[in-house]
Design a protein around this ligand. Structure first.
Ligand code: ANZ
Ligand code: ZN
Length: 881
């Protein structure tokens, strides 16, 4: 055995050994329980970052733990390969997105391989390949035929200079990120998924996800946003109907969750897109100008919530159905066209947005809800105005004195009788618009024919292949400028027709990849039925909390869509979810000339520490001059505080990187990068190596201790007790608690006790040697999930000619867990005065005698006789004097 730990040599050898044994290549095997462990697949941005390494190490620890426990473990990996960064890089470097993407994939794959993850590489997928997106297109056409995918106009951000549609994140302060032009809103036809049809199921099934973080479920619930309210119809005043047609001429319908406040409505507000707004603006240029203003600007909902509230009166009136009040209709920018009925009954006294608006435009504020002990003051907003639980109606005629629920029910009955409204359940969730006017994405498989309309591409003509040799220039979609792509014939009538040139939202690909991994090369369909039946759902999913809403919701939605197509047989994709914390690091900077901060990478900084190990000063390695230490933040480009995992792997090996990541903090919490933590991890591995080296070079290896331990020395019994309690604890930490740092700490403690025994000569005897063998064989198996290369190598020194994984997870020996001796507290008059050690099966009399004779008892009884001795078996003895 090599005397020194040399990671680079042993890591490659261990990886080759696993590969040769095809240890991680799995197929359906009904003789074993299955375990499908999935980490969110990476976007191939160029190279791995620390967050990836952390994410994939967590998945790997769980996979390997299950593998040793006899599970048929599938851990696949692939590439979420479509998306904007490829187009941005393409424009910058004049290289086709496809080429850039495939090159990144090959580099990152080699990086992942060097980390020794237990991945079944034969299942690798890249979502930008036609073999993959073909099935996405196929499902799209099926759902289009079913009406779950439909086409309607949607609003997009339009950059008038670049002549292109921008994503919300490409609009910065209302301007295009490249051109700087003021962004306009535009209505264009887009494809939508009717996720709202599944809103109720998506909400209800959250309750089944017992092993998901509560926080994630809450975020999903809020996103779906179920609310129970009422649709109320306000009759349009006879003089206000011009230009309105159909039901809009009869009444203005609003959606409210607070019908109990109906008597407090003092105006009504509609969205700029509302027909009443259009009609009112017909002969009023100032209204037209306001409508135009509302229609420009960002479409992001977050901006809508924070922007200044503005509005204009229309001069048109509607009638409150319950009290006949005549209310003026305003057009207001805070009313969304896409929600409810695009109109609200405004109750400034009890709705904060309406309050702000009414205050600004001096509109009346009428209190209709009172809360005992509170005084209403129309000059300032108070939280209790919106209190629905404790409020009682006032100023509301026959409804006075009712609480929310009674008012709701009574008004519902009255409104229904008057054909002026009815209860309605509403979701905040909108249908999912998936059209993107971009090149690097999955082509939407629709053909537009003048006679037949929108015709889905027939299955046998799929995939619609995206040309890969295109370099976009940022001005509009390249596909729309390629007749060779879009010119085609109608599959129905054969007439010349035009292909859709929009591509799909890249969230589409990540919504169903967990299922494609089950049969990644299957050419007859999206998923191979037997593989899908065997693997079922993902047992453990691991990824960043930033995907808590959209990705996880869309993946849940797709699971239900695929189930309803008869493709799979599960309702939910992810049994258990772990959201790992961020990797954070200190930031360093120097002031630039104009007061700007020039961020300096941690790798270029040298720190000085105080005696407690806290950094006190920092200098730039290059010039030895000071830099400013700033806060700890998520590793990011903007603060230049990313540490390249490759440098870490190159310097210390994959095992050190993995150990550091798993030891520094529990998976859900943020992990603080520290050089000293990395060095500490590396030191531990060197020590582990040394421990086994000293053991194997001292003498021959032997069979591990097994069987009756009654003849062992006290020290060896204690060591076995430690060993077997550690096995139990580590199994629980990996398998149930998902806490790896405590598992590592437990093995470290075990090795400390082992070292002490070795120093003491306890392990020199034949039995001692057998127990030592037992301890070391177990320790390397307990650590294998975390640091597999070193453990695999040490195993082959301990048990030459065998492989670690064949030995399986160590079993606990119940005998070893029975303590032969126990500690018992000794109290005198109820105060703790000492401890005694007695045989675990000692009789009550023996325990009592030992307690009375103990130093503490003798001292504190001060020679007085014991009046009473109380013995609590196996716990304590209380002596009363
Ligand atoms: C009157 C009222 C009084 C309201 C009150 C609230 C408090 P959630 O809970 O999110 O469903 N609303 C309805 N449609 C809207 C739209 N298109 N744009 C903006 N706001 C709209 O919200 C429902 C509430 O949001 C509704 O209840 C309505 O204001 C407003 F003391 O009606 B409420
Ligand atoms: Zn046709």
């Amino acid at each position: 055995m090599q005397e020194h730990y040399q990671p680079s040599a042993i890591e490659t050898a261990a990886q080759e050994k696993w590969e040769k044994a095809r240890l991680f290549n799995v197929s359906e095997d009904s003789s074993k329980p299955k375990y499908y462990c999935l980490s969110m697949f990476p976007y191939p941005s160029g190279k791995l970052h620390m967050g990836h390494v952390r994410n994939y190490t967590i998945g790997d620890v769980l996979s390997r733990f299950k593998l040793l426990n006899g599970y048929n473990v599938m851990q696949p990996m692939g590439w979420d390969a479509f998306g904007m960064p490829a187009e941005n890089a393409a424009m910058k470097h004049q290289v086709a997105p496809a080429k850039w993407t495939y090159e990144n994939i090959s580099y990152m794959k080699q990086q992942l391989k060097s980390l020794g993850f237990a991945i079944d590489w034969e299942r690798e997928i890249a979502t930008c390949t036609p073999e993959y997106y073909r099935w996405e297109q196929w499902l799209f056409t099926k759902l289009f035929e079913k009406g779950i995918v439909y086409r309607k106009n949607g609003t997009v951000n339009w950059d008038p200079v670049d002549q292109t549609v921008l994503a919300n994140e490409q609009v910065i302060d209302g301007r295009g990120w490249r051109s700087g032009a003021l962004i306009e809103k535009r209505e264009i036809p887009m494809y939508y998924f009717k996720i709202t049809d599944y809103a109720e199921e998506l909400l209800a099934d959250l309750d089944k996800l017992e092993n998901w973080p509560e926080q994630v479920k809450t975020m999903q619930r809020n996103w779906i946003g179920k609310s129970r309210g009422m649709q109320v119809r306000f009759k349009v005043d006879a003089d206000s109907r011009s230009g309105l047609e159909g039901e809009y001429a009869d009444y203005l319908q609003v959606y409210t969750t607070r019908p109990d406040t109906l008597m407090g409505a003092t105006y009504v507000a509609v969205a700029a897109e509302h027909p009443l707004a259009t009609a009112a603006a017909a002969d009023k240029p100032e209204l037209q100008a306001f409508i135009a203003e509302c229609k420009s600007g960002s479409v992001a909902e977050a901006d809508m919530a924070t922007m200044e509230k503005k509005g204009v009166p229309t001069g048109r009136y509607v009638i409150n159905p319950l009290n006949g009040d005549k209310l003026e209709v305003w057009i207001a920018n805070y009313v969304l066209w896409g929600y409810g009925d695009g109109a609200v009954m405004a109750v400034p006294a009890h709705d904060e947005r309406d309050f702000e608006f009414a205050a600004k435009y001096a509109l009346p504020i009428k209190q209709v809800i009172a809360v005992a002990g509170e005084t209403f003051d129309a000059t300032k907003w108070q939280e209790w105005y919106a209190d629905k639980e404790n409020g009682t109606l006032i100023n509301s005629g026959k409804y006075d004195g009712m609480n929310f629920q009674t008012a709701f029910d009574t008004m519902a009955a009255d409104l229904q009788a008057a054909h002026a409204g009815a209860p309605k359940t509403q979701y905040r969730l909108r249908d999912w618009g998936i059209s993107r006017q971009r090149y690097w994405g999955c082509p939407i498989p629709i053909i537009h024919c003048d006679c037949c309309g929108d015709v889905p591409v027939p299955a046998e003509q799929l995939p619609v292949v995206l040309p890969e040799d295109v370099v976009p220039d940022g001005t509009g979609s390249p596909l729309a400028k390629m007749p060779e792509f879009y010119e085609t014939t109608c599959p129905k009538c054969g007439a010349p027709a035009k292909r859709e040139t929009d591509t799909m939202d890249t969230f589409m690909e990540s919504s169903w990849y967990p299922f494609r991994y089950m049969s990644p090369r299957f050419e007859e369909g999206m998923v191979e039925p037997q593989a899908a039946a065997y693997w079922g759902a993902v047992d453990q999913y691991i990824g960043g909390i930033e995907h808590a809403i959209l990705h996880l919701l869309y993946a849940r939605f797709f699971t239900k869509l695929m189930r309803d197509e008869g493709l799979i047989n599960v309702d939910e994709p992810f049994e258990r979810l772990l959201t790992q914390g961020m990797v954070v690091c200190d930031t360093y900077y120097r002031e630039g000339e104009n007061g700007s901060k020039n961020w300096i990478n941690p790798a270029d900084v040298e720190l000085t520490f105080d005696e407690k190990g806290r950094p006190v000063s920092a200098v730039l390695k290059a010039d030895g001059l000071p830099v400013i230490i700033s806060g700890t933040e998520k590793m990011s480009k903007s603060k230049n505080n990313g540490v390249d995992p490759q440098a870490l792997i190159d310097a210390y090996g994959a095992d050190t990187a993995r150990l550091f990541m798993m030891f520094a903090s529990p998976p859900e919490q943020s992990l603080e990068w520290s050089d000293s933590g990395v060095e500490g991890a590396h030191r531990f591995l060197r020590r582990l190596w040394r421990t086994v080296y000293e053991y194997t070079t001292k003498d021959n290896t032997v069979a591990a201790f097994a069987g009756d331990q009654s003849g062992l020395s006290k020290a060896l019994k204690e060591l076995r007790f430690k060993l077997h309690s550690t096995i139990a604890k580590v199994g629980d930490d990996y398998g149930r608690r998902l806490q790896f740092n405590t598992a590592i700490a437990a093995v470290m403690e075990l090795l400390n006790q082992y070292d002490a025994c070795v120093k003491n000569g306890d392990c020199d005897s034949a039995e001692g040697r057998a127990v030592a063998q037992e301890v070391l064989e177990a320790a390397v198996r307990l650590l294998w999930p975390i640091v597999p290369h070193i453990c695999e190598t040490l195993w082959s020194e301990l048990r030459p000619g065998t492989a670690l994984w064949e030995a399986a997870w160590p079993q606990t020996d119940e005998d070893a867990l029975v303590k032969s001796e126990i500690e018992i507290m000794v109290q005198v008059n109820g105060k703790l005065r000492g401890k005694i050690t007695v045989a675990a099966d000692a009789s009550k009399d023996t325990v009592e005698a030992a307690a009375l004779a103990s130093d503490g008892a003798v001292k504190f009884m001060e020679g007085k006789p014991a009046k009473k001795v109380i013995v609590v078996p196996r716990r304590l003895v209380n002596i009363v004097v």
